[in-house]
Design a binder for this molecule. Sequence first.
Ligand code: AMP
Length: 318
Amino acid sequence: MTSIKEKNIYRKIKKYSTIVIARHVGPDPDAIASQIALRDSIKNTFPSKNVYAIGASVSRFKKFGSLDKINNESINNCLLIITDVPTMERVDGIEGIKYKESIKIDHHPCDEKVCDIELVEESSTSACQIISQLIMNTPLKLNKDIASNLFLGIVSDSDRFLIKYTNLKTFKIVANLIEKSEIDFTSLYDKLYERPINEIKFHGFIAQNLEISKNGLASILITPEILKEYNVDASTPSNMINDFNYIKDILVWTFITLDEKNQIFKVNIRSRGPIINDVANSYNGGGHKFASGARCKTQEEVNNMLKDLDKVCKLYKK
Ligand code: AMP
């Protein structure tokens, strides 16, 4: 059944001739796939509208489709839609755009209201799952490419249906996508999982060098020298963090990557039980209960964050 929010979102989409769709900085497959799928669905439904999916492009994700380059200063009176991002500070590339109304479609926890209409489902695996529902419940159109992107966003953010938010609804939505668009879904996995051999070697390095505390906190500091040795960039560890789930003796695991260019420690954190986003929030970060990220300015901040995460593990064990 169509919800009131879905009806209102469709009405706004129908009303505006220019629509800009943005997502979070440092995008992952759900962020990219959700904005591209929504853009393509709106364009298919209303061919005369100007619809742009914006933000820095990432070569690894070009397989999902291309992003639009626009002159932000020349965009007035548009509808802004942000996907997979809870706050305006983390939206990529909207500086200078004059939007009249805004819509948020997201699955991150957030107490603050930042858009005129907010379709937020914390219990959803992904932004792509929410957009799939929106398309199914309104006259917005679906085709094979749109369904492929939505499917990959759901698979990626649910970590292949492993995360706790995966439920009957998730599978019903996925089944519906496959049925309606007849996507050959197993052939799509290359787009998500194919990687060069040096990344596998880097993965091996992480496995060999994780430090594990007696409370079950695993951590590793990845320096620019290590990135150079394995010929990977500072965003590569993010793609591997989910692979370290289901390891006995590890409750929470974190990769701390020193990004030399931006002089910041980028932190990925995952958990199999303890709630970690409160700690992430205190270190310039945020995210979900069991999947968060943070940014630390100094080694001292990193050490304090590790101590806090270790405490969370200790409490959970008790
Ligand atoms: P990542 O480890 O980068 O895959 O991020 C895991 C989750 O935490 C995602 O939902 C991100 O949107 C969120 N996240 C990562 N970094 C930050 C940050 N600096 N501030 C707020 N949320 C973040």
